[in-house]
Design a binder for this molecule. Structure first.
Ligand code: TYM
Length: 473
């Protein structure tokens, strides 16, 4: 479920807030002379919302005028589905399509920009490094203001990375690794500071867990994150429960943000309802605060103008749309974003991998045997029912979960392409494709477990201690 209370009664006839806020977004983008592609995307969505409005009410939308009859449009806010098909927000990801969420539509709906070949080439030019496979294969598919980050970087202006994890259990799944693997590549490539927020407070507010458990999970998850290979001299990992109390500067930013977001706005963005606890309503400001460099005076020496870049999956975007809306009003630069697609559940791309369903996920704690069994038993196949049919008609890699997983983890582009062709032609059988995946995942997870074993309590403490990093600001 989303944060909204489904049992809350509908309000009296209201204008759909998503339409109003989209109109406001278009006006803001135009006044701020945003890039044309962003304005065009926002206008396109506005037109679509107007068309939807007309379809439901039978009337043209007029700003400020409620519909004549008591027609109530469900206001799901911009985070949720407009077309009744794909649902994407920080708590839910689902679609009816076996190929997964329609990410091109999502770009239009969320008003972000596509990571196109031109941007990938530019990242290669500016960094002098071969783009990560997640960029080459469209896994990080959407962005906000990435060109601005690169413009500044070319003029020797540094930036920093911010990402995070909501520690809801001890075990993380492979999907959670995606942003961290990519963040590590960005840190190595651009040689910049990184802050990682562990929202143990968020999980306490949303789940039936004790504060102690949430904090313990934060520390346990930090070990998995550290095992991704981050450099302790360039990385600060923090638990909200610890850092909120320890850093006056961080908390000052939280209240500034809270002062500039109304209850109506968070309701519109996150779908909060009357019976959601007030902690949830105030929480988005806490996820927003690390986007501003003066939340970390020990790293940035009080500077508030260091640009932030946030790599995450697209489900977290609602938080950062809110953050970007607030930033200029409190005198800070807007954070830039790079969004990834979702690593799908074993059962198919209709939903993302979820920690609450053991059979939907490969966990970082799984043994080689468990990995083999899960893939063989649960990975949705795009193959045909019999070997004869498969050889004759070929399989469908676009809906095949094993193939999808290989696009995330098999490094070699040529090998991946050959697997796609062979599977589509019928030369490669489902069992053989699954074996390729098992052979890729088993050593990857075992190596992760080995690295995690090397992470000591002292190392965790060091990563999680507020301190200067190896950068001069
Ligand atoms: P959480 O713990 O749900 O997810 C952690 C990170 O993993 C991404 N993610 C996925 N990526 C690909 N495929 C999946 N199946 C998948 N599932 C999750 C999420 O987008 C996220 O990047 N509230 C946040 C914690 C947070 C945060 C942040 C995340 C705080 N500050 C800044 C990103 C950036 C949360 O609960 O994430």
């Amino acid at each position: 479920m989303r944060g909204a209370d489904p049992s809350s009664p509908n309000p009296s006839p209201v204008l759909p807030k998503s339409l109003t806020s989209q109109g406001e977004l278009v006006r803001t983008l135009k006044t701020e002379k945003a890039v044309k592609a962003d304005i065009d995307a926002a206008v396109k969505l506005l037109l679509k919302l107007k068309a939807d409005y007309k379809q439901v009410t039978g009337q043209d939308y007029k700003a400020g005028c409620p519909p004549l009859e008591s027609t109530v449009l469900e206001d799901t806010g911009p985070a949720a589905a407009v077309d009744g098909e794909d649902m994407v927000d920080p708590w839910n990801v689902s679609t009816t399509s076996a190929k997964g969420v329609d990410y091109d539509k999502l770009i239009v709906r969320f008003g972000s920009s596509k990571v196109d070949q031109e941007l990938v080439d530019r990242i290669e030019r500016v960094s002098g490094k071969k783009p990560h496979r997640f960029l080459r294969r469209g896994i990080f598919f959407s962005h906000r203001d990435m060109h601005q980050v690169l413009d500044a970087y070319e003029k020797n202006k540094s930036f920093y990375l911010y990402t995070g994890r909501g520690p809801s259990s001890e075990a993380m799944h492979v999907g959670h690794l995606i942003p961290f693997i990519f963040t590590k590549w960005l840190q190595d490539t651009f040689d910049i500071p990184l802050v990682i927020q562990l929202t143990d407070d968020e999980k306490y507010l949303w789940k039936d867990l004790s504060l102690e458990d949430c904090h313990r999970y934060a520390v346990e998850n930090a070990k998995d994150i550290i095992a991704c290979g981050f450099d302790v001299n360039k990385t600060f990992i923090f638990s909200d429960l610890d850092y909120m109390g320890a850093s006056p500067d961080f908390y000052r930013n939280v209240v500034k943000i809270q002062k500039h977001v109304t209850f109506n706005q968070v309701k519109g963005i996150f779908g909060f309802g009357d019976s959601d606890c007030i902690g949830k309503i105030a929480f988005p400001a806490i996820q927003a605060a690390p986007s501003f460099s003066n939340s970390f005076p020990q790293i940035f020496k009080g500077r508030k103008d260091i640009q932030c870049l946030i790599p995450c999956a697209i489900d977290q975007d609602p938080y950062f749309r809110m953050t970007r809306d607030v930033a200029p009003r409190i005198g800070y630069p807007k954070p830039a974003l790079l969004h990834s697609t979702f690593f799908p559940a074993l059962q198919g791309a209709q939903t993302k991998m979820s920690a609450s369903d053991a059979n939907s996920s490969i966990f970082l704690t799984d043994t080689p045997k468990q990995i083999k069994n899960k893939v063989n038993k649960h990975a949705f196949s795009g193959g045909k029912d019999t070997i004869e049919e498969h050889r004759k008609y070929g399989g469908n890699p676009d809906v095949d979960v094993s193939f999808m997983y290989l696009t995330f983890f098999l490094e070699d582009d040529e090998q991946l392409d050959k697997i796609r062709q062979d599977y589509a032609s019928g030369a490669l059988l489902t069992g053989e494709l699954k074996k390729r995946l098992i052979d890729t995942l088993q050593p990857m997870i075992t190596a992760h477990q080995e690295r995690r074993k090397q992470v000591t309590e002292e190392m965790v403490l060091k990563f999680m201690t507020p301190r200067p990093l190896d950068f001069n600001f």
